[in-house]
Design a protein around this ligand. Structure first.
Ligand code: PMP
Ligand code: GLN
Length: 382
């Protein structure tokens, strides 16, 4: 007899990103689904990794991360957001942003706690909450501009509300939070015991001259926040799976208790390389405009298709409505486009627990121009 276990995530299947990427491979489709670039990352950075390995940086680094990298991140936080961080106690390098988010939730949540989550929500959030025995309180962003309905947030607060999760620039929609949003959030949490989890993995991938509203800019929010970042997204090397978390010392101390017995420490040569790379501000100052050029190019191509643009202001993604030309479900359309038209996308209903379907597909534009041209050419036949 095979022993059985009780599932901790009985309602969860395989992530939509894997499902659509697999379908793209099976049908030889251009993959604008899962968010990963197909253009090369910085050669200067890969050279630095090779150098770090050759120079012998191949053993464990400090449990919280390579000290010089944490120092470089503290300098960046001061320059960009005027946040004065202690790299010894307030920054921890993690194996990716997803891990940082999971660890922060696991650090805080007790069974029965409630976490406010905005939908569409990045797909790991709710399973990460539920595996900790806590409850996701879902609030829909307002369609079609995907803004936060703060009046509804106020009505959902209870004495069990433990955390609020925010994500700007937002995946899947490319919406960004404004200064007014941050003030609303600050007024809601003031005087409460609520912890904020801010997913800022697209911190630098923000367009149209908009300033990223990092939690790091707001001392009254930072004192109660875990802020999560991803080098993979920032430097177009999603397979590196390296990121970091910033939190005040008391919260970070608890985060590290969880981290040290799960991962303990992350890839050394890449941390050594990033410490040198980040010492030059050019490493992060122009990232937004490079990716914006791709968004603009893609948006221009999409004008010749029947899709309606829901403008993205950040991230790797832009959403498009097809309500004007089809009644079918977004999942059915995404599958049909992959099989019959050779282009994979992500149906946005996958980011809602109840499968809410606003007839919207997410496209990843972080691709070479020729890839985007090839993909959109197929849509013109729709
Ligand atoms: N949050 C969001 C919103 C993301 O899009 C991603 C990218 N996969 C992550 C977190 C996680 O990043 P990482 O690949 O570094 O785990
Ligand atoms: N963040 C990426 C996306 O949204 C994918 C990450 C993953 O495959 N888990 O497409």
């Amino acid at each position: 007899m095979h022993p059985s276990i009780q599932s901790k995530l009985p309602n969860v299947g395989t992530t939509i990103f894997t499902v659509m990427s697999q379908l793209a491979v099976e049908h030889g489709a251009v993959n604008l689904g899962q968010g990963f670039p197909d253009f090369p990352m910085s050669e200067a950075l890969t050279d630095l990794v090779a150098k770090a390995m050759k120079e012998g940086n191949n053993q464990y680094v400090h449990m919280a991360g390579y000290p010089a990298l944490r120092e470089a991140l503290a300098v960046k936080a001061s320059d960009l957001y005027n946040a004065q961080l202690d790299p010894l106690t307030e920054i921890t390098i993690t194996p990716g942003g997803t891990y940082a988010i999971y660890t922060a939730l696991t650090t805080v949540l007790q069974p029965g706690d409630e976490v406010i989550v905005f939908e569409p929500a990045y797909d790991s959030y709710i399973p990460n909450i539920e595996i900790n025995g806590a409850k996701a309180v879902r609030i829909a962003l307002q369609f079609p501009n995907y803004s936060i309905p703060w009046d509804i947030v106020r009505t959902k607060l209870t004495d069990r509300t433990r955390m609020i999760m925010i994500n700007s620039p937002h995946n899947p929609t490319g919406a960004v939070l404004s200064e007014t949003d941050m003030k609303e959030l600050a007024s809601i949490v003031e005087g409460t015991n609520i912890i904020i989890l801010s997913d800022e993995v697209y911190e630098h991938l923000i367009f149209d001259g908009i300033a990223h509203q990092s939690i790091l800019k707001y001392p009254a929010l930072l004192e109660r926040s875990f802020v999560c970042f991803s080098f993979g997204k920032t430097y177009h090397c999603t397979g590196w799976k390296l990121g970091y978390c910033i939190a005040p010392a008391a919260l970070m101390n608890e985060f590290r208790k969880v981290h040290q017995f799960n991962c303990f420490t992350c890839d050394t040569p890449k941390q050594v390389a990033l410490a040198t790379y980040l010492s030059n501000k050019e490493a992060y100052l122009h990232l937004g405009s490079q990716i914006q050029a791709k968004r603009d190019f893609f948006r221009g191509l999409m004008k010749d298709t029947p899709f309606t643009c829901i403008p993205s202001h950040g991230s790797y993604f832009e959403c498009y409505s097809y309500a004007a030309f089809s009644e079918e479900s977004d999942k059915a359309l995404a599958i049909r486009l992959t099989k019959d038209y050779g282009i994979a996308t992500i149906p946005v209903s996958a980011f809602y627990q109840n499968g809410e379907d606003n007839k919207v597909l997410r496209f990843c534009f972080a691709k070479k121009e020729e890839t985007l041209e090839k993909a959109v050419a197929m849509l013109k036949n729709l």
